[in-house]
Design a protein around this ligand. Structure first.
Ligand SMILES: *Cc1c(COP(=O)(O)O)cnc(C)c1O
Length: 385
């Protein structure tokens, strides 16, 4: 057995769409990006989406949209991927780490309220592993303190909370289509909002500052002779980035989006089988409070074990790849400067093990992983006694 931790689910549909890209010989930012943006907006139910080349870029630009003064503070969970907090630093803002809830491993709303002060301008909740932050409560807290809310939906494409799609609760939602995430475009991301006036100005920011529309509006009427002669012209009005999605990514994304609900359903089934399999194993608990009622999108299944490191080594020898999501950000050298406590995060991460839970996993492989954990736990219990 050799079981990968993550594996994208890609096949003929993606290849067929890519064939179209090759036939048209247009690989850059083009019509497929617009089509994917429109499909994505329809799918999650928001007014506007902008395709970019990663969720890291999406988070960076989502904060840029608000033009917060340098030095203001943004609240982020202590347990998340680096990009959530890097986006804060890219914008010359200050990250404030919020501890996580012991059981769910997402932002603890009590600690959030303790950490808010007059310099805080925004909060970035992360639906860690796909477990939704209680967004109704979070939006109330944010409104009370005048905070903008950017949802980091890198782990929950297609997921909903209380009947409303994740990514549509906050002012802006950011998604990742990196190869390991719920659906993929190789690398890619999406910025979504119900406020087109907030998102529209981000278009030149994702495209090295190029703004064709301003020049048209101010200089020449579309279709006029001057417009035709100056077809090559564009204005650079902002310091932009090379963050655009391209038609190769969008072609894959359009095929993946059609499969997203089925892939999320398969992951829920895998998680159901794992939960059943581990429930009587001593010393093993689920990573988060997985609930399987219907529209959840979980990125991965994980467990907690007091013997984390030994169990990971044991599983490795059995041909089972595992991971840790995540080592708390305030413990990293880059983010130590902003370490402000977060004792729960610093304790529970030591027990985290991410298990293979990608959609191509077979029932046989899941049972093999469960059995390996079972054998380890029995042997370990004997060792202790
Ligand atoms: C993966 C991830 C990102 C970054 O996604 P990319 O598309 O790889 O840039 C951001 N936030 C979280 C929580 C992630 O897990």
């Amino acid at each position: 057995m050799n079981i990968r931790l993550f594996r994208p689910s890609i096949g003929q549909e993606e290849l067929d769409n890519l064939k179209g890209v090759f036939d048209r010989a247009w690989m850059g930012l083009g019509p497929l990006v617009s089509e994917f943006e429109a499909e994505w907006s329809r799918y999650i139910g928001c007014k506007m989406s902008i395709g970019v080349n990663s969720a890291t870029a999406a988070l960076h630009l989502a904060l840029t949209a608000f033009h917060f003064p340098a030095g203001k503070k943004v609240l982020v969970p202590a347990i998340t991927f680096a990009s959530t907090a890097s986006a804060v630093l890219y914008n010359n803002l200050v990250p404030v780490f919020v501890d996580v809830d012991e059981e769910t491993a997402v932002m603890d709303l009590e600690d959030l309220q303790r950490k808010i002060d007059a310099d805080c301008v925004a909060v970035i909740p992360v639906h860690n592993a796909g477990y939704p932050v209680p967004m109704g409560q979070l939006m109330e807290i944010a409104a009370r303190h005048g905070l903008k809310v950017i949802e980091d939906c890198a782990h929950c494409a297609g997921g909903a909370y209380n009947g409303k799609m994740l990514g549509t609760w906050g002012h802006i939602g950011c998604f990742s289509f990196e190869e390991k995430k719920c659906m993929t475009t190789g690398d890619g991301g999406m910025i979504c909002s119900d406020d087109p006036e907030l998102l529209e100005p981000l278009k030149p920011y994702r495209w090295v500052g190029i703004d064709k529309d301003t020049w048209r509006r101010t200089v020449a009427a579309e279709g006029s002779q001057e417009d035709e002669a100056m077809h090559w012209h564009y204005d650079i009005s902002v310091l932009g980035y090379k963050y655009n999605m391209n038609d190769v990514m969008a072609a894959i994304g359009l095929a993946q989006l059609k499969k997203l609900d089925a892939m999320n359903a398969r992951r829920r089934a895998i998680i159901g089988r794992y939960l059943e399999g581990i429930k009587n194993i001593e010393g093993i608990k689920p990573y988060t409070a997985y609930s399987l009622r219907g529209k959840e999108a979980y990125w991965f299944f994980g467990i907690r074990s007091a013997n984390r490191d030994e169990l990971m080594v044991y599983l490795k020898h059995k041909g089972i790849a595992t991971g840790v999501h995540f080592y708390p950000l305030p413990l990293h050298p880059l983010f130590k400067t902003w370490d402000n406590g977060c004792p729960v995060a610093k304790e529970i991460w030591k027990t985290f093990i991410t298990l293979p839970s990608h959609v191509e996993l077979t029932e046989e492989e899941i049972d093999y992983v469960i059995e390996a954990i079972n054998v380890f736990s029995k042997e370990h219990a004997t060792l202790i006694s």
